[in-house]
Unconditional design. Structure first.
Length: 161
């Protein structure tokens, strides 16, 4: 990584972000990864943006299937964030023992989380090492009475009541 890339990484550690898991399914294979590069782009039409590294299995599945499920994690799901961030390696089944459900697209979503987005790929913008996906939201639902998992400076945080 370049010096400027490392500077950006250190700088972005000071941006508090929610934590989500992006998942997909293609020809019977499911996979997911932890991301905080998620943003709402438009309400009409409903569109979100996510960035996925090319070297990941999740990137390949989203590219092949054209679908993505986004599970936004609640404050008590740091273990799931770690699991999908690489505690369970890329080539293993990160969903083993995790309860999931699907909606319209068939992308897996993790039960008991803060919120859910079921999406189809609208457009993909490839960069050198990652791709920005604009995703059409075909279904979404927030949870009731839950708080988000927040990531800041490489540590999970909770909101105070």
């Amino acid at each position: 990584m370049t010096e400027l890339g490392e500077d950006l990484r250190r700088t972005m550690r000071h941006w508090a972000a929610g934590v989500s898991i992006v998942s997909s399914s293609f020809q019977g294979v499911i996979h997911g990864m932890t991301v905080n590069s998620l943003a709402s782009v438009s309400l009409e039409p409903p569109v979100v943006l996510v960035s996925l590294q090319h070297a990941t299995r999740t990137f390949r599945l989203v590219s092949q299937s054209g679908i993505a499920g986004i599970t936004i994690l609640s404050e008590d799901q740091g273990d799931l964030s770690d699991r999908f961030a690489g505690k369970v390696p890329e080539h293993e089944d990160r969903f083993a023992g995790v309860e999931t459900f699907t909606w319209q697209t068939g992308a897996p979503l993790i039960t008991g989380s803060l919120a859910y987005l079921d999406c189809r790929v609208r457009t993909a913008y490839p960069l050198e090492q990652s791709t920005l996906f604009l995703l059409d939201v075909v279904a979404s639902r927030p949870a009731e009475n839950a708080r988000p998992l927040v990531y800041f400076d490489r540590i999970y945080h909770r909101f105070c009541p």
